[in-house]
Design a protein around this ligand. Sequence first.
Ligand code: HEM
Length: 390
Amino acid sequence: MEPLTFPMTRSHPFDPPDAIQAMRTERPIARVRYPDGKLGWLVTRRETVRTVLADTRFSARQELRSNPFSPAKEPPPATPGSFIGMDAPEHTRYRRLLTGQFTVRRMRKLTEHIEQIAGQRLDHMAQAGPTVDLVREYAMAIPAQVICELLGVPQGHREQFERQAAELNKPGTSMESLLKALGEITGHLAELIEAKRAEPADDLLSGLITEGTDLTQEELTNIAFLLLGAGFDTTANVLSLGALALMLDPAQIPVLTDPQTADNAVEELLRYLPVVPGTIRSALEDVELEGELVRAGESVMVSLPAANRDPERFPEGDRLDLTRPATGHIAFGHGIHQCLGQQLARVELRAALPALFRRFPGLRLAVPPEQVKLREHTAIYGVDELPVSW
Ligand code: HEM
């Protein structure tokens, strides 16, 4: 059988690409050819995805992985601090330091603040509307402010910081603007770290600096950059795609706005929305998987959206049903790299999504659905502009 290839197209905005939908009903693992020309594998069955992500014979090291979204042939190793692209024990050291910073107290403080931020953004929308771009005014604005709050970016610098972060995350940005934004933002992060060293405050970066760690300036900058990259675009696209899904299926909105059922509704949106198309691991030795031999050096892409629709766990998984028990999804991954910010992401989504539909019960698309431009072939799937009205 011919290997599957990237890019893959999709015919339904909320479903995984067609090739993945088709293979998922036929076989749990398939041959793929990555854009760098190398052959590897794609896995869709939930149990097999979890097996790959929990097995230390599969490495997350960045320099070993083929990338479905980039033709780059020889990716560099992860920079110091970018632990998402490392294995144990390097990963363990950073992860432990970071976990220590996501304290219950800090999360509680942030929760109160997120509700306030969402309220302010809604007031702003009400003034700017009744037609606004929901992505810019709400879905991006909230995670951007939350990351600033978490890292301790001072108030006066936030607007600039948010603008640069948005530039970095915007698909289609030219290489020149991308490098410019990257240079500016890492420069800013380095300055921010210097300032925290001189005058520590009650934020994550200060915590990392003061609590007996010996992280270098380079490591701290890269950690801050990783948090920004991992926590901003992901949450923003769950917010905007989630709002889109509900505007197209308004009968389900009351399940989201009812405080009794809201938390589960958010879990179901996380399960259903294919925002993180997958993650990659590479085999350190030959491994047998679902009757196939994955050879040492081959990359395996695990499709999180396909796993989240596996009928063994989620009957009729292609259907959004905010009332279904949605626990057990793996939208935040699995194993040692499971999302560090998932608690924070949940707090953001639980505060922001119900509040949006409570404030604007008649929220609707301001353009025909077929005119909504969805991102394609990107590491984070979603929507870059969503004109809404009420
Ligand atoms: C709805 C929003 C989010 C989704 C769907 C999401 C999803 C994921 C997934 C699937 C992974 C695993 C990647 C892998 O195994 O290669 C991951 C890792 C990670 N996420 Fe998230 N994430 C979200 C929000 C956040 C937020 C808000 C933060 C931080 C403030 C964050 C920080 C991270 C970090 C640091 C990692 C790497 C963890 C490690 O390597 O140990 N994420 N996320």
